[in-house]
Design a protein around this ligand. Sequence first.
Ligand SMILES: [Zn+2]
Ligand SMILES: [Zn+2]
Length: 421
Amino acid sequence: MVVATTLTGAMANTTLAYDLPPLPAYETRPMPDYLPFISDFWLALVAPHIAYWVVSMIFHVIDMYDLFPHYRLHTPEEITQRNLATRWEVFRDVILEQVIQIGTSAVLSLTEEGQTTGKEEYDVAVWGRRIRLAQRRLPNLLGLLGLNAEVISKNVAASHPLLAGALAGGYYPSLISGLDNVTGTQIPAFATWELLVAKAIYWVIVPAIQFWFACWVQDTWQYFWHRAMHVNKWMYTHWHSRHHKLYVPYAYGALYNHPVEGFVLDTIGAAIAYKVAFLTPRMGMWYFVFSICKTVDDHCGYALPWDPLQRITSNNAAYHDIHHQSWGIKTNFSQPFFTMWDRFLGTRWTGDVQEKYQRTRINAANKKRNAMANGKANGAANGKANGAPKENGSAKESAASPSPAVSNGSATRRRANGKAH
Ligand SMILES: [Zn+2]
Ligand SMILES: [Zn+2]
């Protein structure tokens, strides 16, 4: 598509024509793909999920090799003793949710026009003009403070010509880009600082605001749906209780949800955020990757001081982990970015958690010890009966059928089934 916009406005009004620097002509063309071996369409569909598994596997290795024991929120025993879903069930449901997300993203992408490039310089110049027009108001603003902008401008003209131009209301007689072919009139140009500010607005500030707004929308959507799923017993029992089977979250359990919850809370929430923040397809891809990495990090089970995703806001793994505990399940609904809704609506957990965490650690350790003792006793009995030793009582097996003798395990099981949430 070719759009000729040279000297926009010049045709309509010759006085205005060279009052402002002209906008450049531009020609748009399809944006080339990021990578040579995959189209942007497919990359946008799979990148968030590749990121999900890459980040998850990093945390999985940290977990399996117990690389940072001091930063663990829970002990390894707690993972095996307290969770009510097996790792296979978690993996299976995550894959299902990812298939749903990829399908939804494909539909969303098909409704988008192909992204083009070539108009960036024009858009920067539009911001340049806005900056120039904003300077027109400076003399009046300074006048409100009792300052004479014209006098100050003249005083600093020799030493600071650009400052003088801004104070005079954005008049830079020395900045000329050439002469008009027809009228011979001088064509004004932008000052270097104006273009730098315009580029910063176009390339950094506006996208940052769009990103922030998308985060805010997704947070808002998720907070109220999430809270509703705890208030409404039917929704909790049928949908949300599945996510709460993980009392000890781990990274790749982040998207362990009932498919309906996954679709409503995560998929639709992210899609709405993308649409209302007017993200471009390429920005959307980065947003989805960031959003999914943040969700994984929130479930990683580690409070890592050097993890940037945990430093951005106070909504991090430690914050969300409280919501996964039976005593904190009615608090900390906010996810995945900020804590504002919990703070505004009084659902943020307040109080000490150290003692509570310590208690669940001890319970899990006792439970494991009991399970191993039972396993040994059974093994000895079976060995005697069968005439051969038999392995029994592994931590995994005991996790699948937690001993009812441990009160914590039975209490949490009831909650996860939605009867006492
Ligand atoms: Zn919840
Ligand atoms: Zn969670």
